[in-house]
Design a protein around this ligand. Structure first.
Ligand code: F3S
Length: 388
């Protein structure tokens, strides 16, 4: 890989320990994947924030980087293990909270924006078409590649942090035109609504695995597309997809591409697979984090209704959306907790809950392994009807 004199100096440690370590990581990644050089990025989004997922090993790495490391591009953070203000109400213990706040302070010291969300593109971190970025968080990076037309690989937490510190990333994978071509055409049957796109994503990811599907039959609905991106990234490691009339890069030709159809029957079969028999003791809505319009839709539906039973309900959103929706919050708080900074997957719910229901096929994929839950899928309406 060709390095500029400035990059060579960083690699030699002339600009401090963190830059040396970050450059070492980027050069190793670039060498493995055959990058020719490093390219400048306009932003980064980091995963590896919850104490539950990174543990003490992750803290040691961050402590080392935070000694003299500072990010050189706007950098945002993924959800962490708790709401910074309401962790006690979530059942999080004091030791976890102390370690979690320590992690947050390390990122803060490095200059990272510490509003923890997996939908940074709904707030300030929204790249332009053609921008090279280094994003971790599979749902967000798929959204960035596919809906915004930015360019990022499927970064891990350390790689994204290294890129944020250096302000560059190795030029390979989805940064290159040649790797951003549709591999399949997916035709979605008419009448499958945006609230079912999470199921569409789950079905496509399972069927096709890692690929670049070109969708027909979807439109430009941000909430539907973020759910689709999240589900497909979880079930099939899909880092980029295209939607007819939506994705800035449209294929020149679809000739010769295999065609896959997603029918009403496929959706029903997927729903059957994701259901479980138990009643949930936790209902989680907001994976990916709820947008402002979703908060409004939920509040409009629940306003004037009463909650029955004691099932715990979490509505997860970003702090930015939370601040913008005081009226909606007041309605939702009568049915559950409107939590910021966290989500059901990265919070330490194991031991506190046993059966968790969600309207997200992504959450469904992670809840058994990462959270020791019996997972249950239901549409948002079905989940809310359980408590009405
Ligand atoms: Fe976001 Fe957590 Fe889902 S990070 S995409 S809410 S698993």
């Amino acid at each position: 890989m060709q390095l500029t004199p400035e990059e060579q100096a960083m690699l030699a440690g002339k600009e401090g320990k963190a830059k040396r370590k970050a450059m070492g990581l980027l050069v190793a990644l670039g060498t493995i994947y055959g990058a020719d050089r490093l390219i400048p990025i306009t932003s980064a989004h980091l995963s590896g924030v919850s104490y539950k997922t990174i543990g003490e090993g992750g803290i040691s790495f961050l402590e080392e980087m935070a000694e003299d490391g500072r990010v050189s591009v706007p950098t945002t953070l993924n959800p962490m293990g708790m709401d910074v203000e309401r962790w006690r109400e979530m059942g999080v213990d004091a030791h976890f909270a102390e370690r979690q706040l320590h992690i947050l302070s390390l990122y803060e010291r490095m200059g990272v924006e510490t509003n923890c969300t997996c939908t940074p593109y709904l707030l300030g971190n929204r790249p332009n078409v053609g921008d090279h970025v280094a994003w971790a968080e599979s749902s967000a990076l798929a959204f960035a590649n596919s809906v915004l037309g930015a360019r990022t690989n499927r970064e891990g937490g350390p790689g994204a942090l290294a890129a944020a510190i250096v302000g560059r990333t190795p030029n390979y994978g989805l940064h290159l035109d040649s790797n951003r071509r549709a591999t399949h055409v997916v035709e979605v049957e008419q009448g499958i609504g945006k609230e079912e796109w999470s199921l569409v994503g789950h079905a496509v990811g399972r069927r096709l695995g890692s690929c670049i599907p070109y969708f027909r039959g979807l439109d430009n609905d941000v909430n539907g597309l973020k759910a689709l991106a999240a589900a497909m990234a979880a079930s099939g490691s899909v880092a980029m997809f295209m939607v007819e009339g939506v994705t800035p890069e449209q294929p020149v030709t679809l000739e010769g591409l295999p065609v896959v159809r997603i029918s009403r029957q496929d959706i029903e079969a997927t729903v059957q697979r994701l259901r479980a028999g138990d009643r949930p003791d936790l209902i989680a809505i907001g994976c990916p984090h709820l947008s402002e319009s979703e908060m409004k839709e939920l509040a409009a539906y629940l306003d004037g209704k009463c909650k029955k039973g004691g099932t715990e309900v979490w509505f997860c959103t970003s702090r930015g959306v939370w601040l913008r929706c005081p009226k909606e919050r007041a309605v939702l708080e009568r049915f559950g907790k409107v939590l910021c900074d966290t989500c059901v997957v990265v919070a330490p719910i194991e031991g506190l809950h046993r059966v968790t229901a969600s309207d997200s096929a992504k959450a469904y994929a992670y809840l058994p392994g990462l959270c020791s839950q019996r997972a249950l899928y239901g549409s948002q309406r079905e989940l809310l009807e359980m408590i009405l």
